[in-house]
Design a protein around this ligand. Structure first.
Ligand SMILES: C[S@@+](CC[C@H](N)C(=O)[O-])C[C@H]1O[C@@H](n2cnc3c(N)ncnc32)[C@H](O)[C@@H]1O
Length: 332
């Protein structure tokens, strides 16, 4: 099982999804995807436009990206004290078709405000109707609903760029999508997310009077093509049995660092999750995951030395919590 980031783990358990993405993190990632947006309708479907930097980014970049339409839907929180507290009785969605008066600023009178019948849940029929109209979905969705969120994007065959926990790489309904090259990992790993004034917990930092929750394992997931997916990892280390031990319960070698993948080995290798950040499907093939039910399905043996969980073992120890992705080089 993947090592669990304690802040994120707690957020998930408490279903506290109220942490907000910084504009600089959106800009840093989106700059790699510009070519995909020309003439497209973008949907941000977990975004209160009053606090969401996703809305801000796309509204201000509308002309630069050549967008056709921007739709932003706002989830109406039932709890009064949450950050995205909605003082209206109903959830809203906004629509923007770009600058009309020539000042290149999204003015209030240029933004259409519509009311939902329901609460703006991304799974509601009203939101799904807007999802159908979108070409690309971009947001930071509630992590507690990540599997459902991803399943919906796949079911409606949408292009997307969304944030999630690195732990999701191991989810039984997410890893198969990665393995089949239907989704992949983006460029950056944003760390600081703005939180409400009253939010408590560990890993809170204050910068210039603004409170942030610090996370260590948030990444971007996408199915938009990106340059790094076609860049070859340069391999230089030679295989030797001491540095690359063989697992005791699966026929593969253990590689501790992605940069140490041997240049002369073409069997199955277990590598850290970080590998997925540099994964180029022209150079490597994904075989599976090293722990849990997905590992069992590819033949990692169970009940190793009395343990009932399933995880790769090397030198009498479980390699997890240093979780592993199983890969194989493609021969040139
Ligand atoms: C991690 S926050 C990110 C907010 C915003 N997208 C951003 O990046 O700044 C996730 C947001 O999803 C909202 N949310 C929670 N459940 C939702 C649902 N079922 N449908 C739509 N939005 C939801 C939460 O209120 C929260 O504001």
């Amino acid at each position: 099982m993947a090592k669990r980031n304690s802040s994120l783990g707690k957020a998930k358990e408490a279903k506290n999804d109220e942490f907000y993405t910084q504009l600089s993190d959106i800009e840093n990632e989106l700059k790699h995807y510009k070519k995909h947006f020309k003439g497209k309708t973008v949907l941000c479907n977990c975004d209160d436009p009053r606090v969401s930097n996703f809305f801000h980014y796309f509204a201000y970049k509308f002309e630069d990206l050549g967008l056709k339409r921007l739709i932003t839907t706002c989830y109406k929180n039932q709890e009064r004290d949450l950050f995205s507290q909605n003082d209206s009785e109903r959830a809203i969605w906004l629509e923007y078709f770009g600058d009309r008066n020539g000042n290149r600023i999204p003015d209030p009178e240029e933004i259409g405000i519509h009311y939902f019948e329901g609460n703006g849940d991304f799974r509601s029929a009203e939101c799904i109707e807007l999802l159908k109209q979108a070409d690309i979905v971009v947001t930071n969705p509630p992590f507690s609903l990540f599997s459902e969120y991803m399943a919906q994007l796949m079911a409606y065959n949408k292009y997307f760029l969304v944030m999630g926990s690195q732990n999701a790489l191991h989810y039984k309904d997410v890893f198969p999508l990665i393995k089949d090259n239907k989704i992949w990992v983006g460029y950056n790993a944003p760390k600081l997310f703005q939180i409400p004034d009253h939010a408590e917990g560990k890993n809170i930092v204050v910068v210039d009077g603004v409170r942030y929750q610090q996370f260590g394992n948030i990444i971007w997931f996408t199915n938009l093509d990106i340059k790094k997916r076609h860049e070859e990892l340069i391999l230089y280390k030679k295989f030797n049995a001491d540095d690359y031990p063989t697992y005791e319960n699966f026929d593969a070698i253990d590689v501790k660092e992605v940069s140490e993948i041997p240049v002369d080995y073409f069997g199955i290798m277990g590598v850290p999750d970080m590998f997925l950040k540099i994964y180029n499907p022209e150079q490597f093939e994904l075989i599976g995951i090293g722990s849990g039910g997905l590992a069992a399905s590819i033949g990692v043996k169970k009940n190793y030395r009395g343990r009932t969980d399933i995880a790769l073992c090397v030198n009498g120890k479980h390699s997890c919590p240093y979780s592993r992705i199983l890969i194989r080089r493609k021969e040139a």
